[in-house]
Design a binder for this molecule. Structure first.
Ligand code: ADP
Length: 164
């Protein structure tokens, strides 16, 4: 069984992430979306448990997609599987350098793992979790950015954050 791991923060999951998940699920037998507990990204909007719940809700219609979370190195998480492929999304002008470096580091740490990239759909190349949070803070329309299931929750959370 060929397994893809799609790692990220998913704080929150956007339509761009979902587009990558859907396309990956057509290529691989199983896709594991792994919500990484990332010490570099401070000030998360949602807890890991909530992000796992959100991701489950948004991918419920895709039978070969599973949601997991991991506190540690992706290279170590990948050891749980037989030759898994790491899938990443590449947005124009945004991701290349960082993702190239990460893929090289991961290959050094775990030579069994390969990283593959899917280019972002032109519909979502401008979408990121951080710009979603900024738009939500200012009460903007999130329909083009977020799965409908998350719009109210993200808007409420962003507005609460403003009150603090
Ligand atoms: P973000 O950069 O939005 O905070 P993550 O750290 O959760 O997102 O990203 C996880 C993966 O998803 C990364 O490979 C990232 O490049 C990719 N990704 C994020 N947003 C998009 C998008 N709009 N289209 C395609 N890939 C994306």
């Amino acid at each position: 069984m060929k397994i893809a791991i799609y790692p990220g923060s998913f704080d929150p999951m956007t339509l761009g992430h979902l587009n990558i998940i859907r396309r990956t699920s057509k290529i691989f037998d199983k896709v594991i979306v792994c919500i990484m507990i990332n010490g570099n990204k401070k000030g998360s909007m949602f807890s890991i448990d909530r992000r796992v719940e959100q991701a489950k809700i948004c991918t419920a219609h895709m039978p070969n997609v599973e949601i997991d979370s991991y506190d540690g190195l992706l290279a170590d998480y990948a050891r749980k599987f037989d030759k898994p492929v790491i899938v990443k999304g590449l947005r124009a002008n945004m991701d290349f350098e960082n993702e190239f470096t990460m893929a090289s580091i991961n290959k050094k740490l775990n030579p069994d793992m390969e990283t593959m990239f899917l280019t972002a759909s032109d519909k979502y190349t401008f979408v990121s979790s951080s710009n979603v949070k900024e738009i939500a803070r200012h009460g903007g329309d999130l329909k083009a950015f977020l799965p409908w299931e998350l719009i109210d929750e993200v808007t409420e959370m962003a507005q609460k954050g403003k009150e603090k």
